[in-house]
Design a protein. Sequence first.
Length: 300
Amino acid sequence: MFSQFFGNYLRKRGCITLEQMRDVLALQDSVRVKLGVLAIDAGYMSAAQVEEVHNLQSTIDKRFGEIAIDRGILDEEKLSVLLGQQNKRHLFISQALIDKGIMTFETFESYLEDYKKDSGLSVQEFEALKTNDIDTVTKALVHLPELGESKMYVDYFALFVRNLVRFIDDHILLEEARKVQLEEFDCLIYQEIEGRYKFFTGVAGPEPAMAEFASRFAKMDVSGMDEVARDSLGEFMNVHNGLFLSKLSNEWVELELLPPEYKHNGSLKSVGVAYKIPFALPFGAFDFFIGVGSPVFNHR
């Protein structure tokens, strides 16, 4: 998750283009994060020190860590920590950008410090982002203050993100929740929940992205938004909401699921409080909706 969030931050700042971001994200399985990037991230070395050691490597037949220890920049304990982190993936986009010459060690160090400040995350939350702690990250980013029992709804969305990772794709980029009243959509799968709490949730997106979403959940190819794709999307909602209701049932809260419904080329109007949480997967951008009561739909 960290690479997607940090990459999107760089894109919004104009440091990289969307095409460059997509290119390096596609390299994630082949990039090996090197000690210099890990050392800057850990705060063990400055960008200038990493550059110094790299320059010395061209004249001395020694490894990066050995030179850093000889120069008194690292000690054996810190080197051991860094070597143990080389299989961690949260910095691969930074390494890829450096390898491609799009970013230097100095700019990486500067952007990383800026992101730590600008993200609004606490030290604990920032570390959670780096370790893919979905619950902590989701609860730090998603605020639904005008929904009654807002903690329950945030817990609901955290489970939704976990199910995206489990069933669809683990490369997710979340944006902040924003209150909405009337929203247009291309394709939407939604479901209502009734009982002590009455609310609806849904996922909307362009047809190609929704078809791919359906294909991944069904584990089979689908032909556009055909009946198989719509059934797959509905089953995803059933599975996800069933897991959520099972959790609430263990807390003595019994709710009922209404059948999922599919809509296309329309608008959603909330009769109560509703929020939209945009999120992106490698194959498309989506909106997650959550609101109290029953929405009103109109066809475009």
